[in-house]
Design a protein around this ligand. Sequence first.
Ligand SMILES: [Zn+2]
Length: 344
Amino acid sequence: MSDREHRAGYEEYGEYERGRAKRQKRGGFLGSRAFLAAVTVAIYATAVVMLFVFSKDLGINIKAEKEATVAQNVLGSPVYPDDYTMVRKTSEEIHDGFLTLINNENACLRDGVELVNLSESYNETYKISDLVMQANRTTVEHMNNMFSDFKKAVGDNDVIISCAYRSMALQGELYDEEVEEKGEEEGAKWVNKPGYSEHQSGYSFDLSLIDDEGGITEFDGEGIYGWIEKNCEKYGFIIRYPSDKTEITGIYHEPWHIRYVGEVHAGYMKEYDLCMEEYIELIKGYRVEDPLEYRDVDMNDWQIYFVPASKSGDVTEVPIPKDRQYEISGNNIDGFIVTVKMNT
Ligand SMILES: [Zn+2]
């Protein structure tokens, strides 16, 4: 310790001593009682903070215990490759399925998948703007469930589907109009190029609101309509273009544009705040030997993994664990995403 440090230490000590002298001078017993009170408060405050911190840990522990109980019903993990069987997929099939990523880089190569007429298939818990409107069968089934629960939750409401399946030709007209109005660069951030719209698949739809005069107004997701953003993942839907992901999606926030991807994937994206581009990229990092493991809100266990499309031939062998419930979807880029239910 140098001289100066020594002196500094001494001066601090001197400060402390002087402080103590002051406190004592200020009022003997009262002073020390106040000091005691301050110490007591400090101890209590620390205890409260510690309790808060530990109770959080405790919460996690309780949850982990619960999970362990449920996990007993989970079938043993399949061992690759012994417990797997191969499903053959052609390279064309990377463009099929609910996880096909459709954006300005990845064209929609399917024109309307399993379309049904909404006028015959919708459950009238919402309205449709057009009697010839069509959408994908599974998507409509999930829309019916969602809007029926929405109605139960909020009562009568003004939701109307203003767009579902849209042909490439109609998309072309919309795109041209937008570009004419806003210029090519800006226009492309509002309307997808023809051939690059999700609406062409039939998996997407746009919500609007109907006003008292029967006019159609923009859906902003505010007020009672906030329920949809909050709950849509339970029905397999995502808000495809969130406000904080414009840089990734390339499309401005569209609270009205909803895309069906299935409950497991919508749940994951919601829980980890991922847009579809981010999710598809994430999945590419998980292979059959080391899959993404996910437990959904209903305590179902899932494994999700990516199988790259074969580069040497037209057929890809996709490994699937034997005797499990599974789904295979192309990612519309370079391979297949497998979703396997791990519990009974
Ligand atoms: Zn849309």
